[in-house]
Design a protein around this ligand. Structure first.
Ligand SMILES: Cc1ncc(COP(=O)(O)O)c(C=O)c1O
Length: 382
C-alpha cells in the first residue's frame, strides 16, 4: 500500500547538518555534542534525524526512554546513547544488554543496575544527575556524599557522567540563577573528585546555555531545540545579541505540509464549520484541508491560524476538527484539489514559524513541533 500523503513532515538534511556545524563552530573542538532526539526528535522523526546526525558525527544521543534508545540500536546506530528520563528498575536489563547509559539519582536504581549488570556479566554506565536548583530529577546536595559512596562501591558501574539542567536559562536575559546552579554543580563535582571517582563527561548545557556561555560546556553539551534550527526563546536571541554572539546561525529543519481535499464556493452570509463558529459576509471560495487536531494542528488555531497555498496566505475559517479544517481561498487564484498546503515552515517569500503558531495558541515552539503526530510520514529532503 502506498503511504497516505495527506499530511506529512519534511525534514531538511542540509539544515540539520548545518545546525550541528553551527554548534560545533561555537564550541572548543574537544567538547562533545549530545543530540537530544527524545520526543520523536522534537516531532521531526526519531530515526530520520538520528541517521543523519549519526552520519554527521554527533558524539552521543539523548533519548527519553529505553524504547527510543532500542529503536536507535535496531537501525544499527552505534553512537553512545543516554536515556535522560526515568528508567524503571525492571527495564534496566535492556539498558545493560543494549549498551545504553542511564541517568541515575535513586539508590534503588544504582542497586538494581549493579545486580542486573552482574547477572548478565556486563558493566553498566550511569550519569549521575545533580540537583542544583531546578528541583526536578537529581540527587540533592545533602544526599550526595552518601550517594557517591554507594556508586563507588559498585565496581561494575562506570560513572560515565555527571549532569544537571538549568531552571531559568531560556525565560530570561538575567542569568544569575543559572550562575548559582553552575556553582552548585561545581561543588558537587569537587565531591566526586575528593572521593576519587573519575567522571568522563560533565554536561550541563542545553541549547540556550551552550549558545550563551562558554564556561558551561565542560566535556559535552546537550543540543535539543537548536539541532532543529529553532531558537530556545526570544530572550535567548536577545541575550546572544547582547553578548555579541549575533552571528550564530540556525536554520529551521521542518516543513509540515498537507494538501487541498476540496475547493468550493459558498454564498455570502453562510456559516462555516462546527458551532457555526465562522461566517462569511461575501461570496467566498473555501478549501478543505485533511489535517486536524489529531495530527497536532492545535484546535486553538480555530478562526485564527493561516496556511500558505500557491505562495499566498489562506486564513483558517471556523473550528479545527479532528481530521480536517477549512480555509478561505477567495483571494488565491486557481486553487485546486491536491494543491500543496504549507502548515508550518518556510515558503519562497513567506513563512509560518513554529513561534508564530506558538504565540497564537499560547505555548512555546518546543510544544508546537513535538506534538505533531508521530504516525505522520517524515520525509528527508536535500
Ligand atoms: C535534561 C535535558 N537536557 C537537554 C535538553 C535539551 O534542551 P534544549 O532543547 O533547550 O536544547 C532537555 C530538553 O528538554 C532536557 O530535558
Amino acid at each position: 500500500m502506498s503511504i497516505d500523503k495527506t499530511c506529512w513532515v519534511e525534514i531538511s538534511k542540509k539544515a540539520l547538518t548545518g545546525n550541528i556545524d553551527s554548534m560545533r563552530a561555537r564550541l572548543n573542538p574537544k567538547v562533545k555534542i549530545m543530540a537530544v532526539v527524545k520526543a520523536n526528535a522534537y516531532g521531526h522523526g526519531l530515526l530520520e534525524v538520528a541517521k543523519i546526525a549519526a552520519e554527521h558525527g554527533v558524539d552521543f544521543f539523548g533519548v527519553n526512554n529505553l524504547d527510543e534508545a532500542v529503536r536507535l540500536r535496531n537501525i544499527k546506530i552505534k553512537t553512545p546513547i543516554l536515556a535522560l528520563g526515568y528508567t524503571p528498575l525492571a527495564n534496566l536489563k535492556d539498558a545493560v544488554n543494549h549498551d545504553i547509559s542511564i541517568v541515575a539519582y535513586n539508590a534503588e536504581t544504582i542497586n538494581r543496575l549493579q545486580e542486573t549488570a552482574a547477572k548478565y556479566k556486563k558493566n553498566a554506565r550511569a550519569h549521575i544527575k545533580i540537583e542544583t536548583g531546578l528541583n526536578r530529577q537529581g540527587v540533592s546536595p545533602q544526599d550526595l556524599p552518601d550517594f557517591i559512596k554507594l556508586v563507588k562501591s559498585k565496581k561494575n558501574i562506570e560513572i560515565e557522567g555527571i549532569s544537571t539542567h538549568y531552571a531559568n536559562i531560556e525565560d530570561t536575559t538575567e542569568h544569575s540563577y543559572a550562575r548559582r546552579q553552575l556553582e552548585n554543580f561545581q561543588q558537587a563535582y569537587e565531591l566526586f573528585q575528593a572521593a576519587e571517582v573519575a567522571v568522563k563527561y560533565r554536561h550541563t548545557a542545553c541549547t540556550a546555555a551552550a549558545i550563551l556561555f562558554d564556561n558551561v560546556h565542560f566535556e559535552m553539551i546537550r543540543l535539543g531545540i537548536g539541532l532543529y534550527g529553532l531558537w530556545p526563546s526570544k530572550e535567548t536571541k536577545i541575550s546572544a545579541y547582547e553578548r555579541k554572539i549575533g552571528d550564530f546561525n540556525l536554520t529551521p529543519v521542518m516543513k509540515w505540509k498537507s494538501i487541498v481535499a476540496q475547493v468550493k464556493s459558498v454564498e455570502a452570509n453562510s456559516y462555516i464549520g462546527y458551532g457555526c463558529s465562522d461566517f462569511v459576509t461575501q461570496n467566498s471560495r473555501i478549501a478543505i484541508i485533511p489535517t486536524g487536531y489529531y495530527d497536532g494542528y492545535d484546535r486553538k488555531l480555530s478562526n485564527s491560524g493561516y496556511v500558505i497555498i500557491r505562495g499566498r496566505r489562506a486564513p483558517v475559517l471556523g473550528r479545527i476538527c479532528m481530521n480536517m479544517f477549512i480555509v478561505d481561498v477567495t483571494n488565491i487564484e486557481g486553487v485546486r484539489p491536491e494543491d500543496e498546503v504549507l502548515l508550518l515552515g518556510a515558503a519562497e517569500d513567506d513563512a509560518i514559524s513554529a513561534e508564530t503558531l506558538a504565540s497564537k495558541i499560547g505555548t512555546i515552539n518546543y510544544e508546537v513541533v513535538t506534538r505533531i503526530n508521530e504516525s505522520l510520514p517524515r520525509i528527508v529532503t536535500d
